[in-house]
Design a protein around this ligand. Structure first.
Ligand code: C2E
Ligand code: MG
Ligand code: MG
Length: 528
């Protein structure tokens, strides 16, 4: 990519990389705070339900005891018993006998009959409740009066709702979900919006952020009651601030680190591209040749030209710069240099064998570049050879990258150049792509040759590749042969040519020429 757009992209990615961790840390702080506040609200509502269930159990026990005491109703002995039940219960303020809408007597010692009026609601178990019941001028204030099976008990709702909620500003309410308007039994303080009384399933709980408040519901499994807690969302903001103090600086650090890394990589890639261009100008690229042998005889019949980059005392492998060279467009310059080197060296090889073949690697960019065909023709003319002496090597990616590539391949084949598919099987389109392209050779990648003689799961693939090449009548060259066992295996399966450290590593033109001469009249190792 040219440097200006690359810097723009790097700046955008760097900025995103800076902002994203901060935004994520704030989002994380918010989520944590909302979840924390919801948990607090649910805890409050659950406590109200728990207390209500204890009160209900205490009322149930009072009914049981009084209805089995066999004492004369409202006798001094029974009133004494009522008193002990009253004192022994945390949440019952009074226990008494009731008949219809009349309280006959109570644990407070009264035997005067008191009209308690009609019930506010009747629960599904048949118990009746009179809300906001005002009991006597000397008694306590407003209570809920529960009556069932001739027994009455007063429950002070404040006892159910009154516990320490710290500075959370929580409001609590207890409702009867089955009543048609979800009748409120009692509430602690402040007004309750009717929309907050939202019945849920038995034994369930629910908590959510509703604008200004965190609303939490907990419904009893056994009783027809549901507790609601309402906490102002300022608690959330307070928690967000607490979390943000920790997480936002971490997010900032991550963001800065990421942005720095993006800029650093982009600048170093930018400078690497500059170095590649400079290397192309300064003749720092040179070519080594790896011999291609006839496996049966070990005769050197050709070679692959492999580029190298000399930087000071070190020689850099193409694997580490070809990708960037292609990305930055420097590859066309590198390919031109390789072609020039081959044009200079080929005559020495043709002297040994007029059929000698030199393979040159081409990328998709080269195959789209119009000058490539022209340069190859010039190479042939200058070296005194023919197009048959040159093998155009391209990977699957190069061969299927658009119509320009296919057109270039057709033109080159018409001119007589041989075309090889390199690293076959390591790409993504394999067989389907092969059927659509005119090819002469298939190079079996080292990755598959390596599996020969092993028990790896892919060891059978090499046989399939050989089968494919044979069915398409392609000449096969196996790459990366390092052992005699591999060479024998391939030869036995009809692979004629090979390349690899077993025969020779990439070498200078002088060494290649020497090796080609030495093997010129080589005979099969194992006579047929
Ligand atoms: P390639 O075209 O598949 O070349 C074969 C690679 O395998 C070469 O690596 C070669 O040195 C290595 N090799 C050959 N036999 C053996 C062996 O027995 N054992 C091992 N371990 N390695 C072996 P090299 O030279 O590092 O090249 C790597 C790749 O870089 C090449 O793979 C090719 O894709 C690319 N390349 C090299 N020169 C050029 C060039 O001039 N132009 C382009 N476009 N790409 C090139
Ligand atoms: Mg190659
Ligand atoms: Mg290869």
């Amino acid at each position: 990519m040219p440097s200006r757009p690359r810097i723009a992209v790097a700046t955008v990615v760097g900025l995103l990389g800076f902002v994203a961790p901060i935004a994520l840390s704030i989002q994380f702080a918010w989520n944590q705070s909302v979840a924390g506040a919801e948990a607090v609200g649910t805890r409050y509502a659950a406590e109200v339900v728990r207390r209500s269930e204890v009160a209900a159990r205490q009322f149930g026990r009072a009914i049981k005891v009084l209805n089995h005491d066999n004492l004369p109703p409202c006798s001094p002995q029974e009133i004494e018993l009522m008193r002990s039940l009253d004192l022994g219960s945390d949440y019952l303020q009074m226990v008494g006998r009731v008949s219809g809408n009349t309280l006959e007597c109570s644990s407070l010692g009264t035997t005067t009959r008191i009209d308690i009026g009609p019930p506010t609601l009747t629960t599904e178990h048949g118990a009746q409740e009179r809300l906001d019941f005002k009991y006597g001028p000397t008694g306590f204030g407003k209570v809920s009066l529960l009556t069932a099976n001739g027994v009455a008990a007063a429950v002070d709702g404040n006892l159910l709702l009154d516990f320490d909620t710290g500075s959370d500003g929580a409001r609590l309410a207890l409702v009867v979900p089955s009543s048609h308007d979800h009748t409120r039994i009692i509430q602690s303080s402040g007004a309750f919006d009717p929309s907050w009384f939202n019945p849920i399933g038995r034994g369930e709980s629910k908590s959510y952020l509703d604008g200004e408040n965190i609303i939490s519901h907990v419904r009893s499994r056994q009783l027809d009651i549901e507790a609601v807690s309402v906490i102002p969302s300022r608690l959330v903001y307070r928690r967000v601030r607490q979390f943000a103090v920790v997480f936002v600086p971490i997010g900032c650090l991550c963001g800065l680190g990421f942005a720095w890394a993006v800029m650093y990589i982009s600048r170093s890639r930018g400078s690497l591209t500059g170095l590649l261009r400079a290397a192309a100008r300064n003749n720092s690229f040179f070519v080594e040749y790896q011999p291609v042998v006839e496996i049966a005889t070990r005769r050197v019949v050709g070679a692959e030209a492999l580029v190298r980059w000399r930087r000071g005392d070190t020689v850099i492998s193409p694997a580490s710069f070809i990708g960037l060279a292609e990305e930055s467009g420097v590859i066309t310059e590198i390919t031109r240099i390789v072609i020039e080197n081959v044009a200079r060296d080929l005559p020495r090889l043709l002297e040994i064998s007029p059929d000698f073949r030199v393979a040159i690697n081409f990328t998709a960019t080269d195959l789209k570049h119009e000058a490539t065909a022209k340069r190859l023709m010039e190479l042939v003319q200058r070296s005194g050879g023919s197009a048959r002496n040159i093998v155009v090597e391209a990977t699957e990616h190069g061969l299927v990258s658009g119509v320009e590539c296919s057109r270039m391949i057709s033109v080159l084949r018409l001119e007589g150049f041989r075309v090889a598919i390199d690293d076959f099987g390591t790409g993504y389109s394999s067989l389907s792509c092969l059927q659509g392209i005119d090819l002469d050779l298939l190079k079996i990648d080292k990755a598959f040759v390596d599996t020969i003689g092993t028990d790896g799961v892919t060891r059978g693939v090499v046989l399939h590749i050989i089968e494919i090449a044979r069915s398409l009548q392609l000449t096969m060259v196996a790459e990366g042969i390092e052992t005699e066992q591999q060479a024998r295996f391939l030869l036995e399966r009809g692979v004629e040519y090979g390349q690899g450290w077993l025969f020779g590593k990439p070498m200078s033109i002088e060494n290649l020429t020497k090796m080609a001469r030495e093997t010129e009249s080589a005979q099969p190792l194992v006579p047929a």
